[in-house]
Ligand binder design. Structure first.
Ligand code: SAM
Length: 286
């Protein structure tokens, strides 16, 4: 059997009794045109090993394989989907590796074949989407070359946000200090079965080269938590918590980073936060 001759997803779901389970954040994409569009955001995958988190009944899985990925490893927590996924594996000519596990716990680097491009694709379970993104953003050494990830629209907006607006915060700074990011595709809630309460969007991330990527994620995490934790205050006040772990005052850290202590966090660009994290690290006690 080839990928083209697999039965429609609705049939697979009925046959295997795969009703959506809310506890696992299950909202399925059954339109193979749409999953094809999402997979195409990964570009040419003919030399790439792909990994998909939460394949569910396999709509995106089929599209990734149809797009020609060299291999695909899927990580699914819910064992009800294993039968349907095995059928896809057979139709893929042995390119699919199925792992039943919690994606938060797996070591992706060890799961994937060594070398070459490694692409992450996922219609992420909403309840763990941000945690998984942070896990992948902070991974060092960086084991992946591109990520194509569906989030609730509000989270996607926060990943790609520019300074100055409400969406700009920790997630934008950490994402953009580590990766080049762009909005790939907006997807309305009605595209899912069952439809979630909110719209979604696909974000494309590519890790920055080693000499441009900000390495000290601990320092960046601490200064952004402090700065955005009280985002309506001026940085001179909101940064007091982070400064408490250093020999410097908030004002001194900000001045060292070339940032106006009277500014608010949302006006400081990613480069500013990188300098602030460096100043924090340089002044840190212990
Ligand atoms: N990819 C499918 C699609 O687009 O139709 C399903 C997407 S659904 C939003 C999220 C999927 O992630 C479900 O299959 C769910 O069982 C799975 N999932 C939820 N939490 C997970 C976890 N921690 N690790 C692995 N898979 C998980």
């Amino acid at each position: 059997m080839s990928l083209d001759s697999l039965p429609p997803l609705r049939e697979v779901i009925a046959q295997h009794g795969l009703g959506a389970n809310k506890a696992f954040g299950q909202h399925f994409l059954l339109d193979l045109n749409l999953t094809g569009k999402i997979a195409s955001l990964a570009g040419d995958m003919s030399a790439a090993h792909a990994i998909e988190v939460g394949p569910g009944p396999g709509g995106l899985t089929r599209a990734i394989l149809a797009a020609g990925a060299k291999s695909l490893t899927v990580v699914e927590k819910d064992d009800r989907f294993l039968g349907a996924l095995e059928e896809i594996g057979t139709a893929s000519g042995g390119r699919l590796d199925i792992v039943q596990a919690d994606a938060l716990q797996v070591d992706e680097d060890a799961l994937l074949p060594a070398g070459g491009e490694r692409v992450i694709l996922s219609n992420l379970p909403y309840n763990v989407g941000t945690l998984l993104l942070i896990k992948w953003l902070e991974a060092e050494p960086v084991w992946w070359t591109r990520a194509v990830l569906m989030f609730q629209r509000e989270v996607a907006d926060r990943v790609v946000a520019a300074p100055g607006g409400k969406a700009y915060g920790r997630l934008a700074v950490i994402s953009q200090a580590r990766c080049q990011v762009r909005m790939g595709l907006k997807v309305p809630a009605r595209a899912f079965t069952p439809p979630p309460k909110v719209d979604s969007a696909v974000v494309v991330l590519e890790p920055l080269p080693d000499n441009e990527r900000f390495e000290d994620v601990e320092a960046l995490g601490i200064v952004t938590a402090s700065a955005f934790g009280q985002r309506r205050k001026t940085l001179r006040r909101s940064l007091a918590q982070a400064a408490g772990q250093t020999t410097a005052s908030a004002e001194e850290l900000l001045t060292a980073a070339g940032i106006d202590p009277g500014a608010r966090a949302e006006t400081v660009d990613v480069a500013g936060f990188r300098r602030l994290a460096e100043a924090w690290r340089a002044a840190k006690t212990g």
